[in-house]
Design a protein around this ligand. Structure first.
Ligand code: ATP
Length: 348
């Protein structure tokens, strides 16, 4: 277990918004913050960076209480989507900016800038004006400027969202590699669920100023705590059901269509409305002995697989199928089944 580097317990209220949360970030981890627009991700980064003051609470960085420190004393790097570079300074001077505020001698400064130019493959662009750089190059400069001062934590607010797919992927890979080589800690705000699932050590899901769930990507994806996290992280079929009774092995749920399903799950009270959740990749086509049958209402081809939606009459199932789905059309009746062990019972 890595030790915590950042401990937050914060509250901040705006006239129409309140953020109130506790969060611990481990040393060296790549932590992604995910959540719908307006849930408070940027505000949280601004509070950590010292650009906003909390009404209550503390920010502990590496054992130091930095809640009242000014942003430049916090040793936190911040990179925004829009780069926020100084257009009147060239690449070298932009990277130098933060170093000039710190206690670096001119020789140390130069050494650090050379190192950053090299790390971010900007050597040939050192004297280039910012406005003569591509978006990807500008974001490299912004990252180099933030990392030059050796921050204890790097905060990234959707840093790649203005870049096209290829540049975004290569910058992302470079960043992960650098993080492993240099060993800094990153908090990464993104709108892209797949991006967060693929690159993070842990994910924090936010909603309306609260942290709803924190965990490793697979944990959060496979065991969401409620419908919000389940749906936010990917496609899923949700089936309303009621608990009908408990058996020695598991508990019996009655689905809305009257079908019964026995699941091993935590305690639920009889009569409470629950939701069964099943991910598309956990459902298999089953012509011989299907648990459910339905009519295809949507079919999408995406490279190696097909994404299907089938209407059973009471609820639609979403499933993923391989080449065999090439023969299907809208209206084709299919049978399908799943292992009850892959079903999760969720609260509202
Ligand atoms: P997005 O994904 O769209 O960038 P976000 O999750 O980063 O959204 P924030 O930018 O943190 O959300 O905003 C959260 C809420 O706080 C919004 O409703 C916003 O209007 C409000 N808010 C942020 N800053 C202020 C402020 N200075 N004064 C009043 N309200 C504010």
């Amino acid at each position: 277990m890595s030790k915590p580097i950042l401990k937050l317990a914060l509250e901040k209220t705006y006239p129409e918004f309140n953020i109130n949360l506790e969060l611990t970030i481990d040393n060296g981890e790549f932590f992604s913050l995910l959540g719908p627009s307006g849930c408070g991700k940027t505000t949280l980064l601004r509070l950590i960076a010292g650009l906003e003051k909390p009404d209550r609470g503390t920010i502990i960085l590496n054992g130091r209480d930095i809640t009242k420190l000014s942003p430049d004393k916090r040793r936190i790097g911040l990179v925004f989507q829009n780069y926020a570079l100084f257009p009147h300074l060239n690449v070298y001077e932009n990277i130098e900016y933060g170093l000039k505020l710190g206690k670096y001698s001119p020789v140390e400064r130069n050494h650090k800038i050379e190192e950053m130019l090299n790390l971010f493959q900007l050597d040939n662009l050192a004297k280039r004006a910012i406005l003569q750089l591509s978006g990807g190059e500008q974001q490299r400069v912004a990252l180099a400027r933030a990392l030059a001062v050796e921050p204890e934590i790097l905060l990234l607010d959707e840093p790649f969202s203005a870049l096209d797919y290829e540049i975004r992927s290569s910058l992302r890979e470079e960043l992960i590699q650098l993080q492993q080589d240099i060993g800094f800690t990153t908090i990464f705000v993104t709108h892209q669920q797949e991006e967060a699932l693929s690159i993070s050590n842990r994910i924090g899901l936010m909603r309306q100023g609260r942290v709803i769930q924190v965990g490793k990507p697979a944990e959060v994806y496979q065991n969401p705590v409620n419908i919000f996290t389940a749906m936010f992280l990917g496609d899923a079929t949700l089936i309303p059901c009621r608990l009908a009774g408990a058996k020695s092995e598991g508990q019996l749920f009655i689905l809305e269509n009257g079908q019964k399903m026995e699941l091993v799950s935590r305690e639920y009270y009889e009569e409470d409305l629950q939701w069964l959740m099943i991910r598309p990749e956990d459902i298999r086509l089953d012509a011989e002995n299907p648990q459910f049958e339905g009519e295809i209402v949507r079919i999408e081809y995406f490279g190696p697989l097909y994404r299907l939606e089938a209407d059973t009459g009471r609820f639609n199932f979403k499933l993923i199928a391989g080449k065999e789905a090439g023969a299907f059309n809208k209206g084709t009746r299919i049978g399908f089944s799943f292992d009850p062990g892959m079903v999760r019972v969720l609260d509202q």
